[in-house]
Design a protein around this ligand. Structure first.
Ligand code: IFM
Length: 729
């Protein structure tokens, strides 16, 4: 293993990248995510421990959000009375006595999901120490976190004072989600706190204990319980300080504080090394399933591993009632809400490599069918209409209004009302899961109901007019153009959806008549309804320009102002931000892959290659990639069209979205859809992996010329298959 291709390194502390690096250096285990904030803190730092499923809605906000849990990270260190800090500033009179940071390096070890940091520090006394910090959130036991600090005397015999604490007074950017009462742990040698979310009533308990025999409980604050200890180091001597933490919520069991107290004691008894060993072994297994190896492009290899890492640390292993927010658990962007980003971006890599995890994410939707049915009904429709933004309840949680603009006005957000393709995106993910896993049992029990009831929704939503079927007032993937009639993405995907629903139903009729009968009755799949679906398939309006042989994004699209997007290069902002909302929505500027996304999803079943190329030539130059979801889909589609250089450019951009902070907002969390998208760009795009007409795995490589070889594994219908493709020498 080449370590450098598995390690994200920060050499020398970069204060200006504090928040971006907090995001990038996030650790997690599919249950919780913890931003890469420092143990000793830093001015302006934005620490967050986010737990899947723990949402709360305060009255002052439009929508619920994930709650920032009590912070288990704090370890404050004094060397001969000088606080260890990265904020060394000789002229800072607020921070006496001064120390000096003489060296610093931080490394995220992707192979084992351990965050490591080392620093050389001189205290005001002149003593010099080397400090190393390691932390991980166990993949072997998702409730356990461990930290190790090693301090070595390099010069002098310093006195080291350590304070290990929990900060239970956490907020989401100043907004507190906690009810006032606090339960604290009384267990010997342990500190712990349980808080309860004010509106949703979830209990969240965090406990910590340490291996340090000198540690004593500090007097003080219930919201910041602490253990402290003091020792003197011999010349060149070292001391190791281990802190173990456990986190449970009332989603796990009735008394999370009691569970966390027991768990943390057991973790401490097992010890750091044993916990690390179990954690590392679990990661080795996970990477064996999910790693992609690229030879010939070390830069993208590392970046690709980082994107895979971020999907893997966010993917719930043991819970089928949670899903992954647009920013994973690495930041508060989009409030932790779940979008189509899961089904069409993050799920495919999991479906093909760790299907048991993918199934959890699909089950999240299955368990929220009630919310989707409720939304359909509220909109005068039948069946299941999934919310554009989803949280724990399954109800629609998209805000209706933007935050105030510079002039104080607010913009109406229509996506919660009109971005209805989410229901088909879920159906697409169900079908993809079933085809790749061959999990018939799951399809019969759960998948079919998702596929069929969302089809029922569309059957009731589609309008018969002008001698054909149309769908009005939609938002396609290109969100710059709201409330359009006959989005080609929507209309064509609905045709795919209804066709696929009928195929699924035929399979049930043959292979599982009881389930066929059950669903026919419960979803009212009458002959009349199915006949309507067939009619919609035959007579749906698919906007197409016969003369130019292109799909039309929606009728009227080409009547709007043409803006040559490539002329606005180089740029650090979207063209929409440059031209303003009002003008760009009246223009042909596209936010993200829309017709191009349709091409990626349906390939040549959408149209012959010549039409796909025409579509590409039309839409690629009109797209400003205002969304991070866009470049990876362009890379996939371009690779399939043999436009390898462009595909590589798009891929390179997408795979570095957070590493290079290409959207300027990585501080808010990882762009998780881009992370899943780049996996698809490699596997479906450059490698061209697909299931052929005989049900066999097949590929049609179109690798970037400087790539020598790509290899990865997929789990195809229960069997691990390794795929290697090479560029001719
Ligand atoms: O789901 C996306 C959408 O496609 C573009 N805006 C951001 C959302 C969350 O990532």
């Amino acid at each position: 293993m080449q370590k450098r291709l598995w390690t994200l390194i920060e050499r020398g502390f970069q204060a200006e990248r504090l928040h971006q690096n907090e995001t990038l250096f996030t650790i997690g285990n599919g249950y919780l995510g913890v931003r890469g904030t420092f143990e000793e803190g830093y001015p302006g730092a934005t620490p967050a421990t986010l737990i899947h499923g723990i949402y709360d809605h305060v009255p002052s906000m439009q929508i619920p959000e994930l709650v920032n849990a009590p912070n288990w990270l704090p370890i404050a260190i004094m060397v001969d009375g000088t606080p260890f800090t990265l904020r060394f500033d000789r002229h800072d009179s607020l921070n006496p006595p001064h120390g000096a940071l003489l060296g610093y390096e931080r490394a995220l070890l992707l192979d084992r999901a351990v965050l490591h940091r080392s620093a050389l520090f001189r205290a005001a006394s002149g003593s010099i120490v080397r400090l190393t910090f390691d932390r991980f959130a166990s993949l072997a036991d998702e409730h356990i976190m461990a930290q190790r600090v090693t301090i070595t005397a390099v010069a002098g015999e310093p006195v080291i004072a350590v304070a290990y604490s929990i900060d239970a007074d956490t907020t989401n950017d100043g907004v507190s989600h906690w009810a006032p009462d606090v339960r604290t742990s009384q267990a010997l040698g342990t500190i712990g706190v349980e808080r309860r979310t004010a509106q949703s009533g979830y209990g969240v308990a965090v406990t910590s204990c340490v291996s340090d025999p000198h540690a004593v409980r500090a007097a003080g604050d219930a919201l910041r319980p602490a253990l402290t200890s003091v020792l003197r180091l011999d010349p060149t001597g070292s001391a190791v300080f281990d802190k173990f933490s456990a986190l449970y919520t009332s989603r796990d069991l009735a008394d999370p504080l009691d569970a966390a107290e027991n768990a943390v004691r057991q973790a401490a008894a097992a010890g750091y090394d044993a916990l690390l060993q179990a954690h590392t072994a679990a990661w080795a297994k996970s990477w064996a399933a999910s790693d992609i190896r690229i030879e010939g492009d070390d830069e993208c290899q590392l970046a690709l591993r980082l994107t895979a890492y971020h999907v893997l640390i966010a993917a719930p292993r043991h819970d089928e009632n949670v899903s992954i927010g647009a920013k994973t658990l690495s930041g508060l962007g989009y409030k932790g809400h779940v979008f189509w980003d899961v089904e069409l971006f993050m799920l495919p890599p999991l479906t093909l490599t760790q299907p048991e995890v993918a199934r959890n994410l699909l089950m999240y939707r299955y368990h929220r069918l009630a919310g989707a049915r409720h939304k359909a009904q509220a909109n005068g429709c039948e069946g299941a209409m999934f919310p554009w933004e989803s949280t724990d309840t399954g109800e629609e949680t998209t805000p209706q209004w933007s935050d105030p603009q510079p002039d104080g006005s607010r913009i109406r957000i229509w996506t919660g009302d009109r971005e209805q393709h989410i229901s088909t995106d879920i159906a697409y993910a169900v079908w993809q899961f079933w085809r790749w896993t061959g999990d018939d049992d799951w399809f019969r029990r759960c998948g079919a109901e998702l596929l069929l009831d969302t089809a029922v929704f569309w059957g009731s939503r589609v309008e018969e007019k002008n001698g054909r079927y149309e769908i009005s007032q939609q938002i396609g993937p290109d969100e710059y153009h709201e409330n359009v009639d006959n989005s080609v993405f929507v209309n064509r995907m609905v045709v795919w959806h209804l066709q696929t629903a009928l195929r699924g139903l035929d399979w049930l009729a043959e292979q599982s008549p009881d389930d066929h009968a059950r669903l026919t009755t419960s979803l009212d799949l009458s002959a009349k309804r199915l006949a309507r679906w067939r009619d919609i398939i035959a007579r749906m309006f698919i906007p197409f320009d016969e003369a130019k042989q292109i799909h039309i994004q929606f009728p009227g699209f080409f009547d709007m102002e043409y803006i040559p997007v490539p002329h606005y290069l180089p740029r650090t902002h979207s063209v929409q931000a440059i031209l303003g909302h009002a003008r760009s929505i009246q223009s042909q500027v596209i936010k993200q892959a829309d017709v191009v996304m349709l091409m990626a999803l349906l390939g040549e079943s959408l149209a012959p290659r010549s039409v796909l190329l025409n579509n590409w030539d039309t839409y690629f130059p009109r797209c400003d990639h205002g969304s991070s979801l866009s470049p990876a889909m362009h890379a996939w589609a371009a690779a399939r069209l043999g436009l390898t250089e462009i595909a590589y450019d798009q891929f390179h951009h997408a795979v570095h979205i957070d590493l290079h902070d290409n959207k300027g907002n990585s501080r808010d969390g990882i762009h998780a859809a881009a992370c899943g998208g780049v996996w698809q760009a490699v596997v479906f795009g450059f490698v061209g992996l697909h299931i052929d007409a005989n049900g066999d795995l097949a590929f049609q490589p179109a690798l970037p010329t400087h790539w020598k070889r790509v290899s990865f594994s997929v789990n195809y219908r229960g069997t691990q298959r390794t795929i290697t493709v090479e560029n001719p020498a």
